[in-house]
Design a protein around this ligand. Structure first.
Ligand code: MG
Length: 298
């Protein structure tokens, strides 16, 4: 299993770490060595994951080829990240975060809504993203704030008007999102016919990560089980087989209206069991095939 992390070292320098065959390697440095061996030292550097997606290089094959090649030339021990530094947000500058509302039937019903006949799209501001372990900060006077555990996909190839039959080729990676929502504010805005943007986009309201898993590592993205826990108590359990609009349909539908750029994030919706967060809570979103996204509420 390959998992790819964005890190920041002690001097706040970004680098990419790759878990490969059970060990965590300094990919940014490994790539520079690989370039010397195979590419005459030419080509880009990869301190960020996003550039790999933009260059269509975020594939299991690329990581396997790199580490298998390096192994033949030198030991990999000095490339192991022994004390992982701070984990950063995996994608720093997506052109957009597209979210899907009410994409699990039982969740639509629990909030008194109808089951939609086409996907409901809304946006979260990229500035709301935080990494795993970073705190979710509750602003004063916004009332109830809810967790929403979700599986997200990251676009690996720019496209528009994408056919459902070829849509999976556009998925570069999978990750997890907590679509934190200022529920009272959202209700107030909905009653006035206003968009959900502000209640969804408050700073720190988009925990994302902990890592990206290349799409090629997940054999069936519609066979994943997501669990959300608050203070170790299970609150949500969903299965992607229950998505009202599965991933190819979402990509096709969204790309009818807006170009999907490599690095864009699509949060696929939350299952039933949403509920409030309180100061001091620890909230965890977990999919075993992807990882554990863990944040404290302050
Ligand atoms: Mg949501």
């Amino acid at each position: 299993m390959i998992r790819v992390f964005a890190f920041e070292d002690k001097n706040h320098q970004p680098f990419v770490g790759v878990e490969w065959n059970g060990k965590l390697y300094h990919f940014t440095r490994a790539w520079e060595i690989y370039k010397q061996i195979k590419l005459n030292g030419e080509g880009p550097s990869f301190p960020f994951i996003q550039l790999m997606l933009e260059m269509d290089l975020f594939h299991s094959d690329v990581f396997n080829e790199l580490f298998d090649t390096l192994k033949q030339y030198r030991p990999l021990d000095d490339l192991i990240v022994r004390q992982p530094e701070a984990i950063a947000v995996p994608i720093q500058r997506p052109s957009k975060i597209v979210c899907v509302g009410r994409n699990y039937g039982r969740h639509a019903l629990e909030l008194g809504n109808q089951i939609p006949d086409e996907p409901i799209l809304f946006a979260k501001a990229p500035s709301s993203m935080i990494a795993t372990k970073a705190p979710i900060r509750l602003p004063k006077d916004v009332g109830r704030v809810d967790y929403e555990g979700e599986i997200a996909l990251v676009i690996g190839k720019t496209g528009r008007n994408i056919d459902p039959a070829s849509a999976m080729e556009y998925v570069g990676a999978y990750t997890l999102v907590n679509d934190v929502t200022a529920r009272d504010l959202q209700k107030k805005d909905k009653e006035r016919g206003l968009p959900w943007f502000r209640s969804k986009s408050i700073d720190t309201f988009c925990p994302i990560g902990p890592c990206l898993v290349p799409a090629s590592e997940i054999s069936d993205p519609h066979n994943l089980t997501l669990t959300l826990r608050v203070n170790d108590e299970e609150r949500q359990k969903g299965h992607t087989g229950d998505l009202l609009f599965p991933i190819p349909e979402l990509i096709s539908y969204i790309s009818k209206y807006m170009t999907l750029y490599a690095g864009d994030i699509i949060a696929t919706g939350t299952p039933e069991g949403v509920g409030p967060l309180h100061s001091g809570d620890w909230v965890e979103v977990e999919v075993p095939e992807i990882g554990l996204l863990r944040n404290q509420v302050l």
